[in-house]
Design a protein around this ligand. Structure first.
Ligand SMILES: [Zn+2]
Length: 91
């Protein structure tokens, strides 16, 4: 069976008729790290900007590569470094 034509969401303007779903639409979420993804939301506008997402948050990635404009991760890193130093000092 060839189902390749059936994968993914159906694209077409017939699904985007105005007035049917005025407050719930597809939009692009743009993270500060550069990652973007599409979602559906009642958020006004076509782009929602976020500071952190599941692609760059160290909790999800285990990496520390992100741009953190709010300084939250920096504070966390300082705290963690102190924790590591305290742990080392007790040896
Ligand atoms: Zn991100």
């Amino acid at each position: 069976m060839n189902q390749t034509a059936q994968t993914g969401p159906v694209k077409g303007s017939f699904l985007m008729k105005e007035g049917i779903h005025p407050d719930y639409h597809e939009l692009t979420v743009a993270c500060a790290c550069g990652h973007t993804f599409k979602t559906r939301s009642t958020f006004k506008g076509n782009i929602m900007r976020v500071e952190i997402c599941s692609s760059c948050h160290p909790f999800f990635t285990g990496k520390q590569k992100l741009i953190d404009s709010a300084g939250r991760v920096e504070r966390f890193q300082r705290k963690y470094e102190k924790f590591e130093k305290d742990k080392a000092a007790k040896k």
